[in-house]
Design a binder for this molecule. Structure first.
Ligand code: MG
Length: 257
């Protein structure tokens, strides 16, 4: 099932995206639900063509946890434990929202990533098996990073935390098998990153379990699982696209602040 959050003439709703994405977005519809998408869905009578609504970030997380250096790189040392950092909830934007380049940085880069969304039960000190049960679904993310500030600050709060630095979407897929899918990033239709989730150093259940032993994961919280090789700078007027096999495409234009 694919869960979106969207604006329609009557307001804002979560909804279920129906139809075959392979047939193009024109063929997709979204069926609105009442309330939140965790647990039993309460369908309304409202159904919209996807082309007629504006998609929002599919979830508003209480926190976004990032994982650094989680893809094996040739010649680089493999970390012994996941390296965690936080992105503020205010960095989250949706599909087609603008990534704003802050005046404090001269090197803002894309990081295409698989995002994990935590489900209704949350997760606290769970093992791998319970971690899998705690996952609601998956979506595409861009862990936008001010690389120069990441280097100069010595820690990552500012570099990772600007408003608009966490595009999420287009929807949450609750049934996907993400153990070995392609992660692709294009800037202005040119491929910059191309990897597979099977190249992760720590897999998804391990990451959820590891994070849950540090902080309680609440429903809707998001874990970004790291990025494959190929990160590169973004400039005003670029359009950056993150595409994960089976999960759809997340596109965002880039503009100066
Ligand atoms: Mg990252």
């Amino acid at each position: 099932m694919r869960i979106a959050r969207f604006v329609h003439p009557g307001g804002m709703s979560f909804g279920v995206v129906e139809g075959d994405p392979e047939a193009g977005s024109q063929a997709l519809t979204v069926r609105a639900i009442n309330g939140h998408p965790f647990g039993e869905l309460d369908y309304t009578e409202q159904r919209f063509a996807l082309a007629d609504v504006r998609l929002l970030s599919p979830i508003l997380p209480s926190k976004v946890i990032g994982v650094g250096r989680n893809y094996a790189e040739h010649g680089a040392e493999v970390p012994k434990e996941p390296l965690l950092f936080l992105k503020p909830s205010t960095s989250v934007i949706g599909p087609h929202d603008i990534i704003r380049l802050p005046e404090q940085s001269h090197q803002v880069e894309h990081e295409a990533e698989l995002a994990v969304v935590i489900g209704a039960t949350g997760a606290r000190r769970v093992d791998r098996a319970a971690a899998e049960k705690a996952i609601f679904g998956y979506t595409c993310a861009n862990d936008v990073t001010a690389r120069d500030l990441q280097r100069s600050d010595g820690q990552w709060t500012r570099a990772k935390g600007f408003d608009s630095f966490c595009p999420l979407g287009p929807w949450i897929d609750t049934a996907a098998d993400v153990s070995d899918v392609e992660v692709r990033c294009e800037v202005n239709e040119e491929v910059r990153q191309l990897g597979r989730t099977s190249q992760m150093v720590f897999d998804v259940p391990s990451l959820v379990s590891y994070v849950s032993h540090v902080m309680t994961l609440l429903p809707g919280d998001v874990i970004l699982t790291g990025t494959p090789a190929g990160v590169s700078p973004l400039a005003a007027k670029d359009v950056v696209s993150v595409r994960i096999q089976g999960l759809g495409e997340l596109r965002n234009p880039v503009a100066a602040r």
